[in-house]
Design a protein around this ligand. Structure first.
Ligand code: DON
Length: 312
């Protein structure tokens, strides 16, 4: 049964209630400050959006305000690389949960420069390498891809965040150099990092994000344009890795309590795919110790629980 399509008014009410409750609850997290430009965001922002396969977007709170999508960009990067590189990609990056913080270095050394999965930093840097190697301008290709999926020409990079990422990116540079030393990076480290920082610095709203990822809920076909963005098999694969590795080292707990493929970012955004039905996006900047938005988690957990959306 398509729960989301069949209960429009009840769902709009649930979104409003859940947002109302979450945005007034005491905040327990801390806004990311390891990249100074991220720390400037107002901690009280709170948005929730739900896009369904018929193209409807229901929203509450700050759902139209662009925010730094950070690691959610890893989903777009992966899909674009899968389109370009095909199955060869999986020779260079794994599909297992890492159980480590997203920017951990030790595991990469032990595992000979092959990142555990595309959603930890090393994996996304590897994916960035394939984009830099396969497009004449990977940044332009990435931006056009996201704009097409979200049907919005407004999505753009925040230049202050981009400069701050680059200035405070030593750990990411270490990961890239380590992969280069193992022969698992083709392009120049500098170019790969420039792409990676660019995609992390993109800003989108909850509504834009929810709309843009609808193809993952629809076996690879974007329901708004009819474009086959990825094959059904690859949509399945992306959702599988989102389920095991999309919420950093809290992915197991998220599967346990929510049961949806999802990706978070340190800008406070979380997207959750409801296969066959739609996409939920939540945004609130304060993060828990894993790097996941505390209010975002609360809102998605409540919505998925109330509507019975778990895939398990
Ligand atoms: O690589 C960084 O430092 C951040 N820009 C990554 C963003 C993020 O959300 C955490 N990643 N997995």
């Amino acid at each position: 049964m398509n729960i989301l399509a069949d209960n429009g008014a009840a769902i709009a009410q649930a979104l409003r209630d859940i947002h109302h409750h979450a945005s007034r609850a005491p905040s327990t997290g801390k806004v990311a400050d390891y990249i100074p430009a991220l720390a400037r965001v107002e901690a009280s922002h709170c948005g929730l959006a739900l896009a369904t396969l018929d193209g409807e977007v229901q929203a509450a709170g700050d759902a139209e305000r662009p925010f730094s999508i950070q690691s959610i960009s890893k989903v777009f990067g992966l899909v674009l690389a899968m389109q370009r590189v095909g199955d060869d990609l999986w020779q260079r990056v794994g599909m297992e949960p890492s159980g480590q913080p997203f920017n951990s270095i030790v595991q990469l050394e032990w595992e000979h420069g092959i990142p555990r999965n595309p959603f930890i930093n090393a994996g996304a840097i590897l994916v960035s390498d394939t984009l830099v190697s396969h497009f004449s301008s990977s940044r332009q290709a990435f931006l056009s891809f996201v704009r097409r999926l979200s049907a919005s020409e407004c999505c753009d990079v925040n230049e202050a965040v981009l400069a701050s990422e680059a200035r405070h990116g030593s750990r990411n540079a270490a990961l890239a150099h380590l992969m280069k030393s193992f022969g698992n990076l083709e392009a120049e480290v500098e170019d790969v990092l420039a792409h990676y920082f660019f995609q992390c610095s993109l800003e989108m709203s909850c509504s834009e994000l929810a709309r843009s990822l609808l193809f993952l809920a629809n076996r690879g076909v974007h329901p708004l344009s009819g474009e086959q963005v990825t094959t059904a098999r690859d949509a399945h694969r992306v959702n599988a890795i989102l389920s095991t590795s999309g919420m950093y080292d809290q992915s197991g707990q998220f599967a346990f309590s929510v049961g949806l493929p999802a990706k978070s970012g340190v800008g406070g955004g979380i997207v959750a795919i409801v296969p066959g039905q739609g996409v939920i996006t939540a945004w609130s900047p304060p993060l828990n110790r894993h790097g996941n938005s505390t209010r975002g988690l609360a809102m998605i957990t409540e919505l998925a629980g109330r509507l019975g959306l778990s895939i398990y």
